[in-house]
Ligand binder design. Structure first.
Ligand code: IPM
Ligand code: MG
Length: 368
């Protein structure tokens, strides 16, 4: 590959701080490991709204389309709670996912042995936990038809409300969308422990019945992968009861949003987990699972490791530089092994370092 082009979208809250640490890692890869890359920054989310009036400026989208991969930190903040929904920071994120066609969201929940004590579950339930959630990211209720209006004679059981304010969101999936994400799930399972669990609510939802049917059709091409199905309520319970029963989980946009937060907590810290969102051309956007955490933003308290590990995923999946990804991951493990902890992963009484110190330590490990 010629010079790799990376676009960094720092976004809001702790975004700029963790982005700065990822940039330090890029510099170290360039200066010490011959990584041929250039990178630039653009605005998204609340930062873009403040500067330009919209959460996803055309210039950002154009820059994203022109890059090999995008590294996004986080969007959102309480100061945007009162602006119209279509201008909210989250719209920038949903907009770029849709515009780039990033339908396949890979969210690993991996427990670093050094952090086993940080999980809220008993250590024996989570030791060596390694789950991959494959979340459909450009369909379902996130992008379905919405409406809000006043309806007359609206029925609620035995009540008839003369005038009711009613809002609707629509969960809709086509067989095309289900088949393509199911394939992603099966392919991922094939590269791991060959077990795929499809999560739906087929006992209630029409769209989930189609989901199950199509997943079963796709399964015919993957006889080597063991397929199971769970209803989403049961899946949520199983994730906290016995998480190690899972290998790969494939599910819809909304269910994946919820289950991936549960899975993240199993590993002890949402500050540690990266994710990848890929389109059909293998172009991808990489982001930590955590949000913008306005409460700790700007205080040098955020854990930059999810962002740095997202960069590792970017190197592996979009730039096909698994060698460099491994270097970054090994550096992170060494830093954790040496006992460095940001507040989110520190136990009571353990010394804590800041965002910059953690990022700096990863860079030092990369140079060494
Ligand atoms: C996520 C986030 C987003 C989502 C929000 C910020 C719109 O929760 O990436 O999981 O719901 O997809
Ligand atoms: Mg979420």
């Amino acid at each position: 590959m010629s010079t790799a082009k990376i676009l960094i979208l720092p976004g809001d809250g702790l975004g700029p701080e963790v982005s700065a640490e990822a940039e330090k890692v890029l510099v170290a890869l360039r200066d010490h490991h011959g990584f041929d890359a250039e990178w630039s920054r653009a605005l998204i989310g609340g930062a873009a709204y403040d500067a330009t009036g919209v959460p996803l400026p055309d210039a950002t989208l154009a820059a994203a389309r022109a890059s090999d991969a995008v590294l996004l930190a986080a969007v959102g903040g309480p100061q945007y709670d009162t602006i119209p929904r279509e201008l909210r920071p989250e719209r920038g994120l949903l907009g770029i996912r849709a515009a780039l066609g990033l339908y396949a969201n890979l969210r690993p929940a991996l427990l670093f042995p050094e952090l086993a004590a940080a999980s809220s579950l008993k250590p024996e339930l989570v030791a060596d936990l390694d789950i991959l959630i494959v979340r459909e990211l450009t369909g379902g209720i996130y992008f379905g038809k919405r409406e809000s209006k006043v309806e007359t004679d609206y029925r609620v059981g035995e009540h008839v409300v003369a005038s009711a304010r009613v809002s609707r969101d629509t969960e809709a999936y086509s067989d095309f969308e289900i088949a393509r994400i199911a394939k992603t799930g099966f392919e991922a399972a094939r590269l791991r422990n060959k077990r795929l669990c499809s999560v739906d609510k087929a006992n209630v939802l029409e769209s989930s019945q189609l989901w199950r049917e199509v997943v079963l059709e796709v399964a015919r091409d993957y006889p080597d992968v063991e397929l199971s199905h769970l209803y989403v309520d049961n899946a949520a319970m199983q994730l906290v009861r016995a998480p190690k029963q899972f290998d790969v989980i494939v599910t819809s946009n909304l269910f994946g949003d919820i289950l991936s937060d549960i899975a993240a907590q199993l590993t002890g810290s949402i500050g540690m987990l990266p994710s990848a969102s890929l389109n059909e051309r293998g172009q991808g956007m990489y982001e930590p699972i955590h949000g913008s955490a306005p409460d700790i933003a700007g205080k040098n308290l955020a854990n930059p490791l999810a962002m740095i590990l997202s960069l590792a995923m970017l190197l592996r999946y979009s730039l096909k530089r698994g060698d460099l990804a491994e270097k970054v991951e090994t550096a992170v493990k060494r830093v954790l092994g040496s006992g460095l902890r940001t507040g989110d992963i520190a136990r009571t009484g353990e010394a804590r370092v800041g965002t910059r110190e953690m990022g700096g330590a990863v860079v030092a490990a990369l140079k060494g």
